[in-house]
Design a protein around this ligand. Structure first.
Ligand code: FAD
Length: 487
């Protein structure tokens, strides 16, 4: 074990990568370069303990490609990325032994097991007299910075956002270092392909590459395209799933290929001043990400426990067949099915449709929100420990800041309002593409001859509705009344 080593100028520095797969605005990387020491960058895939939630399937696909991009960027700076799998502390210990490094740097994580691991690492390294330093990057402000008047955490977004807006200005991004001093001692690394992050047999991610370019370059291109084309109508059109009015930066943010600081800074460009409404709204959505981490930090079990404990008694039905129909996009409600298929085909789903599909699972099917959260965790390329848990609890009505349970999304009205021309449904539910707009969100109301002309066979190539909307709504309200009585 590397006890009490001296801080010599040529002892290398170990630089940990986890959810920060970039070289720009990477303060740990920048600090490592500034030391003038040889740098050993290492990505650690730490899924060793029961507390750590394994990376979901869609994010594994992303991770493979993002690591490939990071390897290339680091090589251009002069360093070789090592890949290691296992418990962070053990891997760091071994590296320190092998390389006699006397310094370990990283960017902070905010998922609860990550926080614990890194806290223990810092104190253990400090105890041994080694330098261990962490930096910001994932969030604009530390999740504990803002406190209510009574010293607690914010449960509701609006006051959080007011406090945030009155708080310190987020710092400017830092540039990538000009170069890194390579470490030329012996090291070992896993081979990326041995991690088998890419799905095979079947390759269910084969459609992802058409929509996404994992890595820092892809992130910057998405930001530039959004600021050039869409931000002006973001305020008006961000709820329309057929319109490319949102940034699609979420998977890049989740993997740390871009930082909120870079986005914040880009929004200050003078030519965006005219897009006032769009930029303000967009900043507020970035604020929801910050708020979600604020909630997670103060409620580490947010993904597994009802924030509002009265929901512990909720009489969920949890029918396995219903869950499967929802997962496969076969509920018979076109907007719900389109969303679930977009998720499966692209690894992403539009925010409005996330709300509709989540509400349908929880309220129409009365399936525990945690089953939906877990499915999203596995299938979203942007699966995020804070935003996913917060949003599912928001829809369920069990969260800190939550839509009231009795507000039940009507999938037909939502379809009419947000996909009036049916472009979204037609893109993902092609068996309905020839139905007239009038029946697109309610195929079961279409007369037989119209269905026939459109080639739709209900119960054949497209399902009958899994549940009746009105009846399901009533049942959901009755179930809710039972927990309200108990609370
Ligand atoms: P934009 O509209 O362009 O927004 C820019 C960024 O702001 C996003 O990339 C995201 O980082 C942040 N943001 C926007 N809306 C929200 C929000 N409601 N909550 C938190 N952050 C937000 N987002 C995730 O990043 N990961 C998840 O796992 C996730 N799970 C969700 C589950 C449900 C049931 C719901 C209703 C929402 C979930 N969201 C999640 C939030 C939101 O749907 C996505 O952040 C958004 O759709 C990403 O697309 P975008 O980058 O184009 O968003």
């Amino acid at each position: 074990m590397a006890e009490q080593q001296s801080l010599t100028s040529d002892a290398p520095v170990v630089l940990l990568f986890r959810h920060d797969l970039r070289v720009n605005d990477n303060r740990a990387l920048y600090a490592a370069a500034q030391t003038g020491k040889p740098v050993i960058p290492v990505f650690i895939l730490d899924e060793h303990s029961d507390d750590v939630r394994p990376v979901g399937g869609a994010r594994r696909w992303w991770l493979h490609h993002s690591l490939t991009a990071l390897e290339t960027s680091l090589k251009a700076l002069g360093a070789t990325l090592l890949l290691k799998r296992g418990a962070t502390q053990n891997i760091v210990d071994r590296l320190l032994d092998e390389t006699a490094a006397d310094m370990v740097l990283w960017n902070r994580r905010y998922d609860p097991p990550g926080v614990d691991t890194d806290r223990n690492l810092k104190s253990e390294l400090g105890r041994r007299g080694l330098t261990a330093e962490s930096f910001d990057g994932h969030l604009l402000h530390e999740p504990y910075l803002f406190k209510t008047g009574t010293g607690g955490f914010y449960r509701v977004y609006s006051p959080f956002w007011r406090a945030f807006s009155a708080g310190p200005d987020p710092r400017d991004p830092v540039s990538a270092p000009d170069g890194l001093k390579p470490y030329d001692g012996p090291t070992t690394s896993d081979r990326l392909k041995d991690w088998q992050l890419l799905p095979e047999n079947p390759d269910w991610a084969k459609g992802f590459a058409a929509d996404w370019t994992p890595g820092e370059r892809g992130a910057q291109d998405k930001l530039a395209a959004f600021l050039d084309d869409a931000i002006g109508y973001y305020g008006n059109d961000r709820d329309k799933p057929a319109v490319e009015a949102t940034s699609r930066l979420s998977p890049h943010l989740a993997h740390g290929e871009i930082t909120p600081f870079q986005i914040w800074h880009a929004l200050k460009a003078p030519d965006l001043a005219a897009e006032g409404q769009g930029t303000d709204k967009f900043r507020k959505e970035i604020g929801w990400r910050e708020f979600s981490y604020h909630l997670l930090f103060n409620n580490p079990h947010l993904a597994t426990r009802n924030y509002n404990a009265s929901f512990d008694e909720f009489p969920w039905q949890n029918k396995a067949d219903d869950l499967q129909a929802w997962q496969r996009g076969l509920t018979g409600y076109p907007i719900v099915d389109a969303g679930m298929r977009q998720l499966w085909q692209t690894g992403w789903m539009h925010n409005r449709v996330r709300m509709i599909t989540a509400s349908f699972l929880i309220k129409h099917l009365r399936i525990d929100w945690r089953k939906g959260e877990a499915w999203f965790w596995d299938t979203l390329v942007d699966a995020d420990p804070a935003s996913n848990a917060t949003s599912w609890q928001w829809v369920a009505g069990s969260g800190a800041d939550a839509a009231p349970y009795f507000r039940i999304f009507n999938p037909m009205l939502q379809g009419d309002k947000f996909d009036p021309m049916g472009h979204y449904v037609r893109a993902f539910v092609p068996e309905l593409k020839n139905l007239p707009d009038k029946f697109l969100h309610v195929p079961w109301l279409a007369p037989e001859n119209i269905l026939m002309e459109a080639g739709v066979v209900l119960g054949g190539n497209y399902p009958h509705p899994l549940v009746d909307h009105q009846a399901a709504r009533q049942q959901a309200l009755i179930a809710y009344a039972r927990i309200r009585k108990g609370s």
